[in-house]
Design a protein around this ligand. Structure first.
Ligand code: FUB
Length: 327
């Protein structure tokens, strides 16, 4: 455990962590990251290098206090339906229960989204017997609205397999849309009150420009790739995500949790490493961006570290772009 926690520095250094989902639970800041492993396995566009096997939970009493590692809270061997690759998780609280949502490959190598529950935000978590029926792809992010209705946003291209679900069933050979066609959007589904199943089939989210035209697949600076996150600020819904091949975190806004979302701009410029993944949380009256990079490992793509930076809004509700390596 480090003595204190500083902006733009790894919040823990004894393990590699990535894909941070930050939430305030019971007055503390909890971070639900992926747990990157040190290995010499294959590295490719399918994401085989992201061979994670378990989850740890981290927490901070405040933004200056040490970051506590609560240890392993769930292992792939304890998830009946999953075989490998515990990718970016998220957590939510409802019904006096903490829910950990996570993607993993099932016995047919297809990414699905599972849920595990705990009575404590620091786990341990017990996985459900099966994945969420009708779930697919990666990177679940759960948003509980002011009316207590919960939504899960998910999806990711390439290794995340979203291209293969365009017809609603898994087509192993399917490819993405042409450059001049609308990009694939993340998916959203409302959750049942028990948080364990979808209350409706997932819908595709439309992301459009200021004129209402869809962001195109060839517009790699702005199109959705993976890592969706939704937060609410001044009554507006902010959908933020990674642009993958162009390595930025960008955002779009809507008056409705299911969109359409209007593209607004960049939140985080590229970090060291191929992937970029984030969450946004309000804690003790300030907003923070949690993100990761590969600086601690010297640039090894599958050995990442979670960091944070304060996030600022402009008067008009737009977000100021964050530079991860301020001089
Ligand atoms: O950590 C594995 C994958 O890398 C995540 O699911 C993606 O969002 C990317 O960060």
């Amino acid at each position: 455990m480090k003595n204190n926690t500083k902006q733009n520095e790894p919040i823990v250094t004894h393990i590699f962590t990535a894909d941070p989902s930050a939430h305030v639970f019971e007055g503390k800041l909890y971070i639900y990251p992926s747990h990157d492993l040190d290995h010499n396995g294959p590295s490719n566009d399918n994401g085989d290098q992201y061979a994670m096997e378990d989850y740890h939970v981290l927490s901070m009493d405040n933004m200056n206090s040490p970051c506590v590692d609560h240890g392993q809270v769930l292992h792939v061997n304890d998830i009946p339906w999953a075989t490998k690759q515990l990718w970016a998780p998220d957590a939510a609280y409802k019904n006096d229960t903490y829910y950990l949502f996570f993607p993993a490959r099932d016995k047919d190598e297809i990414f699905r989204i599972g849920v595990a529950t705990s009575s404590s935000p620091s786990g341990p978590f017990t996985a459900q017997e099966n994945y969420i029926p009708g779930s697919y792809s990666i990177d679940p992010a759960v948003f509980v609205d002011d009316d207590n209705k919960a939504y899960v946003y998910f999806g990711g291209l390439w290794g995340g397999q979203l291209e293969k679900w365009q017809t609603g069933t898994f087509s192993p050979d399917a490819t993405g849309p042409a450059e001049n066609e609308p990009a694939l959007g993340p998916r959203v589904a409302a959750l049942q009150d028990d948080m364990l199943s979808f209350s409706e089939a997932p819908q595709e989210i439309a992301i459009v420009d200021e004129d209402g035209n869809p962001i195109l697949a060839g517009d790699e600076e702005r199109r959705f790739f993976e890592g969706a996150w939704v937060h609410k600020h001044n009554g507006l819904y902010y959908l933020s995500y990674s642009t993958g091949t162009t390595h930025s975190i960008v955002y779009a806004v809507s008056e409705n949790p299911t969109g359409p979302f209007v593209y607004k701009g960049k939140i985080l410029t590229p970090v060291l490493g191929w992937t970029t993944h984030h969450s946004i949380v309000k804690f003790e009256d300030k907003w923070y961006l949690f993100y990761h990079d590969c600086s601690l490992s010297g640039g090894v793509d599958h050995k990442r570290s979670v960091k944070f930076a304060e996030l600022h809004y402009n008067e008009d509700g737009t977000i100021q772009t964050i530079e991860p390596y301020p001089s």
